[in-house]
Design a protein. Structure first.
Length: 311
């Protein structure tokens, strides 16, 4: 009896593979062409083969098979991107008795993450970008976000894109965000662009809080007005240019530094508090430094998820 069950299982996975490929041939080449050679599938069937062939007939509706089998835990799906091929291969493991599926087609996972990312960033959030939901998109969303950040047709979503990249917290985003802030624009920017630019330091703070020394190194100087003046940014927004823009970015640099929640951030802010660059910068940055120090204490006590997390 056990041998029959195992043979049934082995035959079932074989016929599932054959009938699924047959269904795909129908879709690609038509019924007449697909039936040519089909006799090999049914040649000299045994009683068990007939039974398993009947069960496997469900694979003529490939969408049903693809939806049902991973859901039931029957298969491990591993898809590759080979656009010129549309074939499903099943491999059977005698030890685990589970099927490993390789689908040589345009990746459904890639399509799914593309849709999820675009839907997420194109939504307008009245209470800020949801921290946890953004973080859960993961590093696989970054190439999509970076492409959208380069796409001028997505300008109205750039602020959300920047913050989402920050919440994901991957150090590989630092270069993209810094380049966006310092080198992307020349001349007067729009309000939407300005909002996205002002979000960069906060995003870098989240990345630094996730362990990126690259982001933390950048923010360690981003709270100094003289640093921003030395950068000589080529963009401005209305009256925000020159020293006025530098002061604003230094205030946001202090915010971003505190968002990292690190001891190094606390030391830098305390030093800046005791030894300000000038009377004007001391007055301008005082609220950001004081709030930043409180924020660092809270992050270290409660954790970033509780401080920033929104459902």
């Amino acid at each position: 009896m056990t041998a029959d069950v195992l043979q049934f299982a082995d035959n079932l996975h074989l016929y599932l593979a054959r009938f699924t490929n047959f269904a795909l041939r129908i879709r690609r080449a038509g019924i007449a062409a697909a039936f040519s050679g089909m006799e090999a599938v049914m040649k000299r069937p045994s009683r068990i083969q007939l039974l398993t062939c009947l069960c496997a007939g469900v694979a003529l509706v490939p969408g049903f098979v693809f939806a049902l089998m991973p859901t039931c835990g029957f298969t491990d799906a591993v898809r590759t991107t080979a656009p010129s091929q549309d074939v499903v291969h099943f491999a059977w493991s005698p030890d685990s008795r589970r099927a490993a599926v390789t689908v040589k087609a345009n990746s459904e996972e890639a399509s799914d993450i593309q849709t999820r990312v675009e839907t997420f960033v194109r939504h307008r959030y009245s209470h800020g970008v949801p921290y946890l939901r953004a973080k859960e998109l993961g590093a696989e969303a970054l190439p999509i976000l970076e492409a959208m950040l380069r796409d001028t047709s997505e300008t109205e979503y750039w602020d959300t894109i920047v913050m989402t990249m920050g919440f994901i917290g991957d150090s590989s985003s630092v270069g993209t965000l810094v380049d966006f802030l310092e080198n992307r624009f020349d001349g007067e920017v729009t309000l939407r662009q300005f909002g996205a630019l002002l979000s960069v330091n906060n995003a870098l703070g989240n990345i630094a809080g996730n362990g990126s020394l690259h982001a933390l190194d950048y923010l360690s100087t981003a709270c100094y007005v003289k640093i921003w003046l030395a950068k000589g940014l080529k963009w401005h927004y209305r009256h925000y240019s020159g020293e006025r823009l530098a002061v604003l970015l230094a205030k946001l640099g202090a915010n971003g530094l505190s968002i990292s929640g690190t001891n190094r951030a606390r030391e830098i802010l305390l030093s800046l508090q005791k030894h300000p660059e000038s009377a004007r910068s001391a007055s301008a940055l005082r609220p950001n430094i004081e709030e930043g120090l409180e924020r660092i204490d809270r992050i270290q006590k409660e954790g970033a998820l509780k401080v920033f997390g929104r459902q």
